[in-house]
Design a protein around this ligand. Structure first.
Ligand SMILES: Cc1cc2nc3c(=O)[nH]c(=O)nc-3n(C[C@H](O)[C@H](O)[C@H](O)COP(=O)(O)OP(=O)(O)OC[C@H]3O[C@@H](n4cnc5c(N)ncnc54)[C@H](O)[C@@H]3O)c2cc1C
Length: 545
């Protein structure tokens, strides 16, 4: 079913009309090197026919890819700050990767590679939720009639009616004890204090996943981690085309020279190696800024040390948004998202092991071979820990005798069940010890620990995009009156779509490019499960399961 709709993307090309004259000297400045900027560059080239050599990407880190990162080596340990689930309804993302050649086989496109991989490796979890070391049957959602009514009403009311309500201001306390909540909450990293508006959007946007929420059978995976499978092929394609990657460059402010009602970005202020730089913008130049970042100020610990929780904004993304937001109320309110670290932080970890012992034990325990299970959540874990064993190898060049898995805990300030410390204060060894306790693998604890390198990662802003927000807190992609500036990424407003997804960032890229270039082209249409009677029927049935 998925690939029928995805298949259309690879063949259908809409002829485009550019209502703006092509301006040969126009320069494009993209602040940030995450998927939002990379996708923008690709659409400027493919749809806007902008020469790649006129495009400049400024990234403060030494590598592009943003949150879609992965790094390390078998010797030092691999690290992924995040692991991503994709979905057939990511129509913008799948459009983008329908014209980017794969890294491992340039004769096929990344999208074809993803399709082929998912046809071979199906996700069908047999151990979605675990409690007291036992797999729970979570096929029932465990809704009460009140929960059902609350869900339906939430889906029906307007966003303005909800305003800045939190999820737990909408549902009864019992809702947060249902199987549904444990699965939904850990699949998407929702907390009960997050935005009811965003929760409502998720219910609509992933309605088609209701019926298989307990098996995760609707999840698409990439063959390798998302840096190797998504970011790197795109970076390579852009570099080969001639896009300039300005690495280690932090954009600190934008100077505006407005003309009447029109807001005009006129100069970029930057820092490279602490040296100030400036770039003046010509009248036709365009600037796209990724505002905010869920992985800003993330920090790594090690097998023997806990990561630091950084709250004094050392990275550039939030500071830049704060600086430019002063220029106009149309540019949004960054403080709504970057000033509530206690509501937005959690911690992930990546475990690199020599040998297959942990994987063998997990495969026996869960009934899933690596890559077919998806998230395993420990319901009784004080940290609300989940892990995912991806298909191996998960890194290009990963040796056969090395395995890598990823996990996270949504409550890093709580003491563990087995390790009597806050997760935030734990080393990688302590986090892995806690996991071993939750799985009741104590008999082989020392063997697992001896062969493993667990690297924790503290993410202060990881769910900042889910925090309660009011209209206007997020700026429009192209703010009212903006001549040459657009906002892209997770904190620009896109009606109906859901944040914490690659899809959202790619959609903002499409909107920004098409609007700023005045192309006669609309962003890829959004998939609405609610428009399909079959999806509605299955969802309704699941509500009573
Ligand atoms: C743990 C985790 C799990 C996830 N799970 C999923 C999932 O299952 N499914 C899914 O679809 N998505 C998932 N995501 C989300 C997805 O990865 C992100 O939404 C997406 O990568 C965001 O891309 P972006 O380009 O908008 O922003 P970012 O990736 O944050 O990139 C912004 C970049 O801009 C740079 N930058 C910002 N400001 C400046 C400046 N002033 N000067 C210079 N450089 C600057 C930053 O350094 C950064 O590299 C997950 C992410 C994480 C971290």
């Amino acid at each position: 079913m998925y690939f029928a709709s995805v298949g259309l993307l690879t063949t259908k090309r809409i002829p485009m009309k550019n209502t703006d004259p092509i301006i040969p000297h126009r320069q494009i400045h993209l602040v940030g090197g995450g998927i939002a900027s990379l996708a923008s560059a690709a659409y400027f080239i493919r749809d806007g026919h902008i020469p790649a050599a006129n495009i400049h990407i400024y990234e403060e880190l030494p590598v592009a890819g943003g949150s879609l990162d992965s790094s390390g080596s078998p010797e030092k340990g691999y690290v992924m700050r995040g692991g991503r689930m994709l979905n057939f309804s990511y129509l913008c993302t799948y459009d983008l990767f329908s014209f980017i050649p794969s890294l491992t086989d340039p004769s096929v496109m990344v999208l074809d590679e993803i399709k082929a991989f998912n046809e071979k490796i199906h996700t069908h979890s047999r151990a979605r939720v675990v409690e007291a070391g036992k797999i729970l049957d979570v096929s029932s959602m465990e809704f009460s009639n009140r929960d059902r009514l609350d869900l339906l009403e939430l889906m029906a009311v307007s966003e303005s009616h909800l305003g800045i309500k939190r999820v737990n201001e909408w549902f009864a306390p019992e809702f947060f004890e249902t199987n549904f909540w444990f699965m939904w909450d850990t699949m998407f990293a929702f907390q009960r204090w997050h935005s009811a508006v965003e929760f409502k959007r998720y219910l609509h946007r992933f309605l088609h996943e209701f019926e298989r929420i307990n098996t995760l059978a609707g999840v698409d995976r990439t063959p390798y981690n998302q840096f190797d499978s998504l970011a790197l092929p795109l970076i390579n394609w852009l570099k080969a085309a001639g896009v300039h990657f300005e690495m280690g460059v932090k954009v600190t402010n934008i100077y505006f020279k407005d003309s009447g009602e029109q807001k005009v970005a006129a100069r970029l202020h930057m820092l490279q190696n602490e040296e100030p730089l400036e770039t003046n913008l010509a009248a036709d130049d365009l600037v796209l800024v990724t505002i905010g970042s869920m992985t800003a100020d993330s920090s790594m610990g090690s097998m023997h040390s806990a990561p630091e929780l950084i709250t004094d904004k050392r990275d550039g993304s939030w500071l830049l948004w704060e600086a430019i937001a002063k220029h106009s109320p149309e540019f949004g309110r960054p403080f709504v998202f970057d000033n509530r670290v206690d509501e937005s932080k959690w911690e992930s970890f990546t475990v690199t092991s020599k040998g297959h012992l942990f994987f063998q034990l997990m495969e026996e325990f869960s009934g899933n071979t690596a890559g077919t299970g998806g998230l395993v959540t420990f319901k009784d874990s004080n940290w609300l820990m989940s892990i995912v064993l991806a298909y191996q190898p998960h890194f290009i060049g990963q040796p056969d005798d090395v395995t890598v898995f990823w996990g996270y805990g949504l409550f890093p300030d709580r003491e563990g069940n087995f390790v009597k410390k806050r997760m935030a204060d734990c080393s990688g060894e302590e986090i892995l010890t806690e996991l071993i306790g939750l799985l009741r693998f104590d008999a082989v604890r020392d063997q697992i620990l001896e062969s493993a390198n667990c690297i924790p990662c503290m993410l202060p802003y990881i769910t900042s995009q889910f925090l309660t927000r009011a209209e206007g807190d997020r700026p429009q992609v192209v703010p009212a009156g903006s001549k040459n500036l657009a906002f892209i990424g997770q904190f620009a407003e896109v009606p109906d779509d859901v944040v914490f997804t690659v899809e959202y960032s790619v959609r903002t890229a499409q909107i920004a490019v098409y609007e700023l270039l005045k192309l006669d082209k609309k962003p890829t249409e959004m998939y609405h499960g609610g428009h399909h009677p079959g999806v509605l029927f299955d969802a309704a049935e699941t509500m009573f399961r």
